[in-house]
Design a protein around this ligand. Structure first.
Ligand code: ZN
Length: 401
């Protein structure tokens, strides 16, 4: 048997056994780099972006669009579905006419298992990756988290006696919209007396902010938070825009709304809002109309550096709880690694944001929680969330009564 035929027979046997073939040809092939599409449901993608081979393990990615955000290209998420092992990669990214450079405002990360992520920095317009240790590779912005990973995590959280999962509807592309509620129903404090905190991320590819919210949630379920759970109700929305990561849509949802310019002061409106903003605001208004309305809302985002907190004061600040200055002091004590900067200024700007909007509509305390672009690991992002909620548990002492 010639070596060629022998190889062919070996391949056939492997195929019949359902085993993955090793990479062929010793280089990454452009047909194996996937950027997703409406139907492909990649976990991280880049809508309508086009991959072209430049040379050996060297490609160009011409970025596609974000609906409704003409100045921003889709961010550069992709997957190599096979053949990556032993190969390095250079990806030159071209933003396209009319687009700004926002897609490279942050580091990206790569992983061969979607769990352990390695940060990679921009070198000019290129992402340069080291030799990959696995055949399949995922790449996304910041420290990635996908909708399907969130769905799996939600199933695990659901098993806790302190968790209620509200699936409040489905996104434009059919993904579940999860609000996770944490409280201890064996508490002797009546629900209407408990402090109510609401944490949410609006922009779908601000993954560091999503890990921050996960860190808050995990802290709320820890032993350390046993007392806090009895005297508070926490609502967590890790991803308000679950269609975004698979398309690399940083700000936009599928229907072209900037998710943090989507709040309506005049109230939720099916005709004036797209699917997710409408469903989330309607759900939020339902909580506001209940016996346990939200005391403070946290709108969680990213920009460069460590965490920055901007605020809008509700009626309890400086009255039933301390001043913002006192909160800042508590935060500082809870934060040995200085992940959170001293609390800055009052928030201003658009009333369609998910901080100023609810503050204006209901008069409640609202925090805009930004930054963390300088935090490069999942663990530290989660830690930053734990720091914030732990400080909050000390700041909102006792109950509302
Ligand atoms: Zn944002």
């Amino acid at each position: 048997m010639s070596s060629c035929i022998r190889l062919w027979v070996a391949s056939l046997v492997l195929c019949c056994l359902g085993m993955a073939l090793p990479s062929t040809g010793g280089e990454i092939e452009s047909k194996h780099i996937l950027v997703g599409s409406d139907r492909a449901r990649e976990e991280w993608g880049s809508n309508n972006s086009v991959i072209t081979r430049v040379g050996r393990n060297h490609f160009r990615m011409n970025l596609g669009d974000q609906p409704g955000i003409p100045h921003q290209a889709a961010f550069a998420g992709f997957r190599i579905r096979r053949g990556a092992k032993g190969n390095p990669l250079r990806m030159d990214v071209v933003r396209g006419k009319g687009h700004n450079a926002s897609y490279k405002e942050y580091f990206y990360s790569w992983s061969v298992d979607k769990t352990n992520w390695h940060p990679v920095d921009w070198r000019g317009n290129s992402l340069i990756f080291p030799e990959f240790p696995g055949d399949q590779v995922w790449v996304g912005c910041q420290v990635p988290i996908s909708y399907s990973q969130l769905a799996v995590m939600t199933e695990v959280w659901k098993k806790s006696p302190y968790v209620t999962v509200r699936a409040i509807g489905v996104s434009h592309e059919g993904r579940s919209l999860y609000r996770i509620v944490v409280t201890d129903d064996t508490s002797t404090h009546r629900r209407k007396d408990r402090w109510v905190h609401y944490f949410a991320n609006q922009h779908g590819c601000e993954h560091n902010a999503q890990w921050r919210v996960v860190g808050m949630l995990e802290w709320a379920l820890s032993d350390e938070a046993a007392g806090f759970r009895k005297r508070s109700i926490c609502h967590f929305v890790v991803m308000m825009s679950p269609d975004s990561p698979s398309h690399g849509w940083m700000r936009a949802n599928a229907e072209g709304t900037d998710m943090n310019r989507s709040y309506l002061l005049t109230g939720s409106d099916r005709k004036r809002q797209t699917t997710e903003p409408y469903l989330w605001q309607k759900d939020f208004e339902k909580i506001m109309a209940s016996e346990s309305p939200v005391t403070d809302i946290w709108s969680c985002h990213t920009w460069g550096g460590m965490i920055d907190i901007l605020y809008n004061e509700g009626p309890e600040i400086g009255k039933k709880v301390g001043t913002i200055k006192e909160f800042d002091k508590i935060l500082d004590q809870a934060d040995p690694d200085n992940l959170v900067n001293p609390i800055g200024r009052k928030e201003g700007g658009a009333q369609t944001k998910w901080s100023l909007g609810p503050h204006k509509q209901f008069g409640i305390t609202a925090f805009l929680c930004e930054g963390s672009g300088g935090i490069r690991t999942k663990a530290k992002n989660k830690q930053s969330g734990a720091v914030i909620i732990k400080a909050l548990s000390k700041y909102y002492k006792g109950t509302k009564k």
